[in-house]
Design a protein around this ligand. Structure first.
Ligand SMILES: C[S@@+](CC[C@H](N)C(=O)[O-])C[C@H]1O[C@@H](n2cnc3c(N)ncnc32)[C@H](O)[C@@H]1O
Length: 359
């Protein structure tokens, strides 16, 4: 039998250790969500590096499926082995199989595929580990390297040990169950959720989402139950069709009105909106820089026209230089901003406030 030291699992009393993966830049939103949801059942919550936080949690891990600001949740299991090759040894391999069988037992997918994420995941040792695990579990190996049963292998900090971190869920939590239609350029659900938490959101606000696309932000806003009615506009009929299907699937159609309109000419009276959102075209998947040079100043003016005096405008863009330049001569000022890392792109989230002397 392995000794206690060799197979120590990461538990503290009733608590078990977990790691969450977060879009870099929104870690504080995730930490706030974890604290407020699990008050009394969470300890030692801290960010470990950009995009990751760890904590001890007691209770049913199924509760963590509710999280909306994190990409994925992983259990942490420590193996006192000097290198991953030792995981192929009988004792460690048997323990690893037990851990993975328990994870798979909680899945609805009957034949999940297996993936391993590790530095050097193409190495002969990791490939062998993956093949032996897949064979022992009777599962296929995923084509995309991730699969439904996904585990990461990382070297333990300050220890001559390795950690195995199986993802708790078959899909990342950022893949929203409400999303009936996806399109290139649709926003990551966890970032949309973060946008609804930035600034000072209040219940009952009148919300306008400019350039709403597939309605990711307004759906995340509606799920939070923060406002009675939102208006989401986009000038593309295809996007609005996708938005409608997503809204129906999220069961929030009653709270969000969709309209085909130009973001520079909004069908609302002046001074009527409390909170605005926009994930602006960056000129990557959608639009071009030249289009943005034309559109952004008009959009900022139109947003200021429909905004109430204390309104906030939470905006995501990659056109940072353009936006900053335009803001100096606009009716908005920057209250907060944060850089995020979205699959290697570095757009910024801005919280703008209406300048009061220009109303
Ligand atoms: C980055 S995408 C928004 C994606 C959205 N957040 C989502 O999750 O699907 C930008 C959107 O702006 C829309 N758009 C571009 N120019 C516009 C304009 N002048 N008026 C209204 N919508 C516009 C595009 O059709 C596109 O849906």
């Amino acid at each position: 039998m392995p000794t206690e030291r060799q197979v120590k699992s990461v538990t503290h009393g009733d608590y078990r250790a977990y790691e969450v993966e977060i879009i870099p830049g929104i870690e504080s939103v995730a930490i706030d969500e974890l604290r407020s949801r699990y008050r009394g059942d969470i300890e030692r919550l801290h960010q470990t590096r950009p995009g990751f936080a760890r904590f001890d949690f007691r209770g049913d891990p199924e509760r963590m499926r509710q999280l909306r600001s994190v990409v994925a949740v992983y259990e942490i299991h420590q193996f006192d082995v000097p290198r991953p090759k030792a995981l192929l040894g009988h004792q460690h391999f048997t323990r690893l199989l037990g851990i993975l069988r328990q994870i798979v037992d909680g899945f609805s997918h009957t034949r999940p595929s297996l993936g391993i994420g590790a530095a050097g995941s193409g190495s002969a040792v990791i490939r062998r580990l993956k093949h032996e695990l897949a064979e022992a579990l009777g599962l296929p190996i995923s084509d995309d390297g991730k699969g439904e049963l996904f585990l990461r292998l990382v070297r333990a900090a300050n220890r001559d040990a390795w950690e195995v971190l199986p993802r708790l869920t078959e899909q990342p939590l950022s893949k929203r169950p409400w999303r009936a239609v996806d399109v290139p350029g649709a926003l990551n659900g966890t970032v949309a959720f973060a946008m609804t938490r930035l600034g000072s959101p209040k219940a009952g606000e009148r919300v306008l989402n400019l350039c709403a696309g597939t309605a990711t932000i307004v759906i995340e806003h509606a799920i939070s139950g923060q406002s009675a009615l939102s208006l989401a506009i986009d000038n593309s009929p295809q996007m609005l069709e996708a938005a409608m299907l997503n809204l129906q699937s999220s069961r929030n159609s009653a709270q969000v009105q969709l309209a085909q309109a130009d973001a520079v000419c909004v069908p609302l009276a002046a001074g009527t909106v409390d909170r605005l959102y926009a994930d602006l075209p960056f000129g990557n998947h959608i639009g071009s820089h030249q289009d943005n040079v034309q559109m952004y100043p008009k959009l900022l003016r139109e947003a200021a026209r429909v905004a109430k005096a204390e309104a906030e405008f939470v905006l995501l863009t990659h056109e940072i230089v353009l936006l900053r330049r335009l803001l100096t001569a606009s009716d908005w000022f920057i209250d907060a901003e944060r850089k995020i890392n979205l699959a290697g792109l570095h757009p910024r989230l801005f919280v703008l406030k209406r300048k009061s002397n220009t109303i």
